[in-house]
Each structure stands twice: as structure tokens, then as C-alpha cells.
Design a protein around this ligand. Structure first.
Ligand code: NAP
Ligand code: MG
Length: 492
């Protein structure tokens, strides 16, 4: 037994096999390998096997075998029990998953530990509860027939394609409802962050999920992802990612009339009226843009502030932001981690330059940050003097960059807020509850938060208006997107 103290030494990451998980087995891909990088240290965590189009086909075949075999014969109640068991197993290993998520993505460990992994566990439990409650209806119908009823059937093989900003959460928002409804899943995780999805496949399999019910195929989006979208035996694509990729995906899916749900980008307005609790609004605006490094689809990235309180609000916000120091994501006190990749930081800093050229002023940040000489860190950034028509107010920056826009009165701000191709989320801050509801009703967004921002729950639907996508994840609404309705007529 060792007597040396190990309290200061981090245990090694317990990485999953960096291969493809198909039909319950780890297999080598035939698409080469790619490096999974830690963006805070620039170190390669591991080389991951990349799937080819042929591997994607093998995963789809394995998923069909699962539907024809043990998984397809598992009763809804047993599916629920199994999902709950997997949730318990994931919860018990929160720390292992959290450390891998933080290492792969660069997000602070406090987020992975207290938000990402627990939210994934919660989604599994929530949809476990639905597994045996998805049922059809009976109808009184005219004509010589006596009745009609509906069956809610699984769609078949669901391909889930996920982004890199919330890897385990995004995966679970798809896997949990898909499996609860009796589908089989082929998951293509983002190339920047493939590791927790692979580790989850291992855990689910060890906990008793039958072979082929969940397959994971890391690899290039334009090859593996696209093959899944075009595959004639995939019934449905559940995609979360950029609007640009989503548009191409819709076209590719059209060929086979595939069911598609799209959770895409955003440029969400966060609106502060002069009668708001200003300190609460400052906190909400700050969390709305800097939580998750601003690499959050629903980030409150356009801050509209009523003119009368604009300067006061800005002063408080800058003061708070100045205390947000980028740091080692593995440190428990770090609140701003590393952006996911060098390219992402370049792109975000590029937007700051565009903003400056457009006439915006940098009230805070705007530059890269040095944390031990390594990693893709940047300072939290606030741009002022922004007009809603500027590029930095219209395009998704997807980083810790807030633009602030003053406004005169409620009618004007609703129009400005809705003047965007996106419609994912919005925030409203006011003590006037009547005004809050009136503005919420007029905003073209899938989620509106009143006097709070960035709250989610497995029970509440989430999704976009306009070019932020269609379909809803979470809540009972999600079940509609993982089942087909069959109407059966019964004659005499
Ligand atoms: P992305 O570039 O669109 O990639 C998303 C996923 O699609 C990745 O797994 C990617 O693979 C894959 N992909 C790329 N090209 C493809 C193709 N032609 N066919 C099929 N799949 C393809 O997005 P990202 O940069 O990872 O994520 C950031 C974006 O996601 C932002 O726009 C953000 O707003 C959005 N997002 C939306 C939500 C929401 O719920 N609305 C949530 C989170 C993020 P590779 O990784 O190999 O490229
Ligand atoms: Mg990575």
C-alpha cells in the first residue's frame, strides 16, 4: 500500500476505447484516424478511429439487427427500467465523464460536473418515465366501420448528429427519447469532442443495453454524417449544429423524404427594460453570454437595454465582466475556459475586428488571453455602439462576445429583436408582469425567459423558430419526433 499523498495529483483520465462502437463491439474504422485535442493545453488526448461511409452503413445494419432482435422485443416498460438503470450508472460516474468532457471541450469543470453530466442523467430519467406511456387513441368514426385507433410506433433507425458545445447533453437529448420510443440509434458525435459519446456507449452496453441499440461512429461530418443523412435505411435524422450545415442536410435528406429535426444556431435578444431589477438583469446578461464560453446556441448575444438605464447597466456589466478571468478549465473555481479550437477562437476574434471596422467600441476584452502560454483562451468581450444591422448583431459569433444595443420604447425593441434570421431564444427583464407577457407573446423565438436566462429542464420543450430550426427536443413534445402514428380502421 502506498503512503505517499496523492491529493494534489489528478488521476489519469479514464478514456473509452477510441474506436467505433457498432453492434455492441469496438471496431477499427476504415476512415483513418483523427486527433481529439484538449483545447486548454493543445495536447492530443487520443487518436480516434474515423468511420468511413462503409462503416456508417455497417452501423445502420447493426441498428436494424437490434430492432429485429433483442432490442426490438424489449417491452416499453423494460426499456424504461433499462434507461433508468443507465442513468444511475452514469450518475455514479459523473466525475469520470465530467473530466473527459472538460478535457475534450475546454469548458470549466464546474459546468461539466454540476450541469452537463447531471443534465444528461436527468434526460435519461425523464424519458425513461415516458417509455411505457406513449400510446395512441381510439376514435368514433363515420361510415360503415365501427372504430379507428392509432398506434404510436418507433420510426426505426434514428441517426443523431451532434455539435461540440454540449457533447453529452446533446447526445442524451436525442438518445434518451429515441430509445424510450423503441428506436435504434446511430450517433455521429462532433469531431472536436467525440469522447464522452464513446464512453457513454461503453457504459450503456455494460449496463445491459442490447447490441446495436446504440452505435457510435465518430468521423467527418461531410462523409459519415452525410452518408447517414442519405442512407435509405435511416428513418430519421436528429441534427443539432449550425444553420449552414442544417440547410445542406435538409436538401440531402429530401431525396429519401427522411424525417428531420433541426436544432440550429441563434442570435438571441436579451431585453432589459428600465423598470427591471437592474442587478438581476446584469447577472442574467452576464450568464446569458459568458456561460459555456458563449459557445451556446441560445446565448443572449444581443443585449437590448432601454436608453434611460443603458449607461448604468453597462457600467455594472463591465465591472462584473472584468472579474471574469479565463483559467485552467480543470480548476474548480474557473468560470471561463478555453474555446473549443484554434479555428473557433480565430473566428470569434475575427468578429471582434469586424465589429470594430463597423464602428463598434470594445468596452471590455476583445483579445486572446494567456493562460500558462497554451490553449485557445480569450477575454470575455463586450461591444458597444452597435446597430442591429451590423454583422456582429446579425451573425452568430458563438463565443464570449456580447453586443449591446440601446432602445427607446417597447414597440421598437420587439421589432429590433425580431429582426434576425434566427429565432431560438430571447430574454425579457422587467418588473411589469403585464409588459413581460405581452413582449413574450410578440417575440419570434422558441423559448422566452422572463427575469431569468439560460434555464432548461428535461420536461420543457426546446427548439427554434425561423432559421434556428424546427422540431422540439425535451418534454413530451419530443416524443412526436421519434414515433410514427399509424391509424388502424376496424370493420365489422
Ligand atoms: P456544425 O459544424 O454544423 O456541426 C454539427 C455536426 O454536424 C457535427 O457532428 C459535424 O461533424 C456534422 N456535420 C458537418 N457537416 C455535415 C454534413 N454535410 N452532413 C451531416 N453532418 C455534418 O456545428 P458545430 O460547429 O459543431 O456546432 C456549433 C453550431 O451548433 C452553432 O451554430 C450552434 O448554434 C449550434 N447549436 C445549436 C443548438 C440548438 O439546440 N439549437 C445546440 C448546440 C449548438 P464534424 O464535427 O465532423 O464537422
Ligand atoms: Mg477536443
Amino acid at each position: 500500500m502506498t503512503t505517499a499523498t496523492t491529493t494534489d495529483v489528478e488521476p489519469a483520465l479514464q478514456l473509452p476505447p477510441a474506436k467505433l462502437f457498432i453492434g455492441g463491439e469496438w471496431v477499427d474504422g476504415s476512415g483513418g484516424t483523427f486527433a481529439s485535442e484538449n483545447p486548454a493545453t493543445e495536447e492530443t488526448l487520443c487518436e480516434v478511429a474515423a468511420a468511413s461511409a462503409a462503416d456508417a452503413d455497417a452501423a445502420v445494419a447493426a441498428a436494424h439487427q437490434a430492432l429485429d432482435g433483442e432490442w426490438g422485443k424489449t417491452s416499453p416498460r423494460d426499456r424504461g427500467k433499462l434507461l433508468w438503470k443507465i442513468a444511475d450508472a452514469l450518475e455514479a460516474r459523473t466525475e469520470e465523464f465530467a473530466r473527459i468532457e472538460t478535457s475534450d471541450n475546454g469548458k470549466p469543470i464546474f459546468e461539466s460536473r454540476y450541469v452537463d453530466v447531471p443534465a444528461a442523467v436527468d434526460a435519461l430519467r425523464y424519458f425513461a418515465g415516458w417509455a411505457d406511456k406513449v400510446h395512441g387513441d381510439t376514435f368514433s368514426v363515420a361510415g360503415p366501420f365501427s372504430m379507428a385507433y392509432t398506434l404510436r410506433e418507433p420510426m426505426g433507425v434514428v441517426a443523431a448528429i451532434t455539435p461540440w458545445n454540449f457533447p453529452i447533453i446533446q447526445a442524451m437529448w436525442k438518445i434518451a427519447p429515441a430509445l424510450a420510443c423503441g428506436n435504434a440509434v446511430v450517433l455521429k458525435p462532433a469531431s472536436n469532442t467525440p469522447l464522452t459519446a464513446l464512453k457513454f456507449a461503453e457504459l450503456a452496453s455494460e449496463t445491459g443495453l442490447p447490441p446495436g441499440a446504440l452505435n457510435v461512429v465518430p468521423g467527418s461530418g461531410s462523409q459519415v454524417g452525410r452518408r447517414l443523412v442519405e442512407h435509405p435505411d435511416v428513418a430519421k435524422i436528429s441534427f443539432t449544429g449550425s444553420t449552414e450545415v442544417g440547410k445542406g442536410l435538409m436538401k440531402d435528406a429530401a431525396e429519401t423524404i427522411k424525417r428531420v429535426t433541426l436544432e440550429l444556431g441563434g442570435k438571441s435578444p436579451n431585453i432589459v427594460f428600465a423598470d427591471a431589477d437592474l442587478d438581476a438583469a446584469v447577472k442574467g446578461a452576464y450568464n446569458g453570454i459568458f456561460y459555456g464560453k458563449g459557445e451556446v446556441c441560445a446565448a443572449g448575444s444581443r443585449l437590448f437595454v432601454e436608453k434611460r438605464v443603458h449607461d448604468e447597466m453597462l457600467e455594472k456589466l463591465v465591472e462584473r465582466t472584468a472579474r471574469l478571468v479565463p483559467g485552467d478549465p480543470q480548476h474548480p473555481k474557473t468560470k471561463l475556459g478555453a474555446l473549443v479550437s484554434s479555428e473557433q477562437r480565430e473566428s470569434v476574434l475575427g468578429y471582434v475586428e469586424i465589429g470594430k471596422q463597423e464602428g463598434a467600441e470594445v468596452a471590455h476584452g476583445g483579445v486572446a488571453a494567456d493562460v500558462n502560454g497554451k490553449g485557445y483562451f480569450m477575454q470575455p468581450t463586450i461591444l458597444t455602439g452597435v446597430d442591429n444591422q451590423m454583422k456582429v448583431a446579425q451573425e452568430e459569433i458563438f463565443g464570449p462576445v456580447l453586443v449591446t444595443i440601446p432602445f427607446e420604447e417597447p414597440g421598437e425593441v420587439v421589432e429590433l429583436a425580431n429582426n434576425s434570421i434566427f429565432g431560438l431564444a430571447a430574454g425579457v427583464w422587467t418588473r411589469d408582469i403585464g409588459k413581460a407577457h405581452a413582449v413574450a407573446a410578440k417575440l419570434k423565438a422558441g423559448t422566452v425567459w422572463i427575469n431569468q436566462y439560460n434555464w432548461y429542464d428535461s420536461g420543457a420543450p426546446f427548439g427554434g423558430y425561423k432559421q434556428s430550426g424546427f422540431g422540439r427536443e425535451l418534454g413530451s413534445a419530443a416524443l412526436d419526433y421519434y414515433t410514427e402514428t399509424k391509424t388502424v380502421w376496424v370493420g365489422k
